[in-house]
Ligand binder design. Sequence first.
Ligand SMILES: Cc1ncc(COP(=O)(O)O)c(C=O)c1O
Length: 396
Amino acid sequence: MGNAQFADRLKNMSGNVIREILKLISQPDMISFGGGMPSADAFPIEDVKKIMTDIVSTADTNILQYSASEGYAPLREYVAGWLEEKGIKALPEEVLILSGSQQGIDLMAKSFINVGDSVIVENPTYLAALQIFKTYEAQFTIADVDAEGINIESLRKALETNQERNKLLYLVPTFQNPTGLTMSAQRRQEVMELVTNYEITVIEDDPYGSLNYSGEKIPALKSFDKNGQSVYLGSFSKIISPGLRVGFAVGPKEIINKMVIGKQATDVHTSNLSQMIVYEFCKRGLLAPHIDRINSGYKEKRDLMLKCMEEYFPAEVKWTTPAGGLFIWAEMPQGVSTVKLLEEAIKEKVAFIPGNSFFASGGGENTMRLNFSNASPESIEKGMKKLGGVITNFLD
Ligand SMILES: Cc1ncc(COP(=O)(O)O)c(C=O)c1O
């Protein structure tokens, strides 16, 4: 005890605030809109049971052996074909299977960031990505967001600042975590055109793209990449299971090769069994109908939460209407602290995530993230009524 000499890189790091809040609110009678978890009834448990039985009864011993860091070849090929829907043309060799897309953010940071290098981020953005970049001792350059996505003038300014240190541009352009907002197709094209003038690589983090409730086709940012300047990260977490830990990166061979070196050091390869389950699920044609089924349930929950907000939230509160994903973002009047509001909400057994932790450089104290996928419709109705009451009292 007391002699541990930790690395400098962890000096200013605390644990993930959301995970801490989730621990705090994990009481059985709490209605939580906090985490970003899929609904338990969205898991295809019967199909997975059958697939696992089939795999285990027919596979040879290789299933228990080490395998390639790049991933299970049939799954790489499947992913390459599947991405055509989003306008991405990729060869199987350009696909790296990951242990969740979060690993892709980590491997990109590992491959690109020297101490003090800069990552350009939207404000607000995915908290865990900020944490990953910080562990590699990156700095952040902030770009503003407007109704269509990252603001081009603000991005240009960020790209001009500190040019030689800007290494990565990290974006969640579709049904963003935490705001639920989506970048327009026009803006995607403008972003990819603008970055061709700079030596920067774009990370397009897209774990929510298939949770699309309007049916409107959204081309990937990567589909506008003519220069091999972006890496697309996808995931099966929200559409099959987060517990299987299967995601993927798609990018130029040169970058994928660096990520493979990083992955060899991190976890050698993603679990064979998980990769095979995901592959079989897709190959048997179960993915598309499953996505349709969960989307209709999530759409109902989103609509219910929005209806409850209209009904129970005071008029001064503003919020987003996401066309997909798992989150609604709400803004209280200036000067209101949602951290303090959460304390009151917890007393009433309802919880959300205060928005300030999603901001790389402070701000957002009056914002909150609400998840609508995990709670039942009855809990959404009950919890939102309670939360509306808490906010009303708090603003009085
Ligand atoms: C924006 C974003 N990126 C990445 C992830 C990580 O997902 P995975 O389970 O694929 O690692 C999440 C999970 O919530 C997320 O919200």
